[in-house]
Design a protein around this ligand. Structure first.
Ligand SMILES: NC(=O)c1ccc[n+]([C@@H]2O[C@H](COP(=O)([O-])OP(=O)(O)OC[C@H]3O[C@@H](n4cnc5c(N)ncnc54)[C@H](O)[C@@H]3O)[C@@H](O)[C@H]2O)c1
Length: 264
């Protein structure tokens, strides 16, 4: 059995993760961590059945006393860099779903992970369909010199653009250096109208609205044609196959991995 701790256990994603860990045959929940509340049985919160694991708020304390094989983190962008450093420094393998890490953070964490010989898998998106969209976007990027990304999320999302959009742009930029080829010089009448400009001049537009969970569209254009890739998350359960895949992989490997595509 793989011993699992979940950080952010009372959040929207955290609850789904706890449910998946309780239901999987090869995982055992040893700790549920959340700053929102403590002391009550997480099983009761998830499915009404007590499981004997009580929510605790001290992350470091939980790691040291419960000694998980893998910690899964779905907390918040402001804290995530410190969390991952804490996991690596304590030699606890981690699967990170929390977004907000920047390229320089990833580089720093990769070094730390190597130095401490501690596996860490960070994925801006654990939904297999969304990961396939990213892979296909990289393929298509070879054939189009113009592309923009629209990402659409619920209005409680704290960071923009989404980690998935950033990662998609990175992948596309590996095969093409300018996705705004031939665009005329522009003046924004309302600031931000053209979105944020990412790698290889890819414009990213972020929509925040109740009703959405997570959606993304990549639009490619060329003379006489438009090609669109889109993915829509209908329920948060769609992330769990990817999360468990990552847990099983990192439990067996001491590697630093950024992106679920690397193990699919
Ligand atoms: N990688 C993916 O596939 C994926 C998918 C969906 C969401 N996300 C990301 O996961 C993160 C969480 O999303 P959510 O919608 O569940 O948010 P949420 O606000 O519903 O849940 C976050 C939970 O973390 C807790 N928390 C915050 N700081 C903490 C800390 N320092 N220690 C312990 N607990 C802490 C909060 O109390 C809350 O219960 C966000 O960064 C989001 O963008 C990633």
């Amino acid at each position: 059995m793989i011993k699992i701790a979940v950080a952010g256990a009372l959040g929207k994603m955290g609850k789904e993760v706890v449910k998946a860990v309780l239901e999987a045959e090869d995982t055992e929940l040893v700790s549920a961590i959340d700053i929102k509340g403590e002391g009550y049985d997480i099983g009761k919160e998830i499915n009404g059945k007590e499981c004997g694991i009580y929510v605790e708020s001290g992350l470091e304390q939980a790691i040291k006393t419960k000694k998980p094989d893998v910690i899964i983190d779905f907390t918040q962008p402001n804290e995530i860099l410190n969390h991952v450093k804490l996991y690596i420094n304590n030699k606890v393998k981690s699967v990170i779903g929390t977004t907000g890490l920047q390229e320089k953070d990833i580089t720093e964490l990769k070094e730390m992970s190597k130095h401490n010989n501690t596996g860490c898998l960070i994925a801006p998106n654990f939904s297999t369909g969304a990961v396939l969209l990213m892979m296909f976007a990289k393929q298509a990027a070879k054939y189009f010199n113009n592309a923009e990304i629209i990402e659409l999320h619920h209005n409680q999302k704290k960071d923009a653009p989404s980690g998935t959009a950033i990662k998609t742009a990175q992948l596309m930029s590996e095969v093409n250096s300018n996705f705004s080829l031939g665009n005329c010089s522009e003046k924004e009448i309302i600031q931000g109208s053209r979105g944020g400009v990412s790698n290889s001049n890819i414009h990213i537009h972020s929509v925040r609205m109740p009703g959405y969970i997570a959606s993304q569209e990549v639009i490619f254009g060329a003379s006489g044609q438009i090609f669109k890739l889109s993915h829509h998350t209908m329920e948060r359960s769609c992330y769990m196959a990817g999360v468990l895949l990552a847990v099983r992989y990192i439990n067996e490997h001491n590697e630093f991995i950024y992106g679920l595509d690397n193990i699919m």
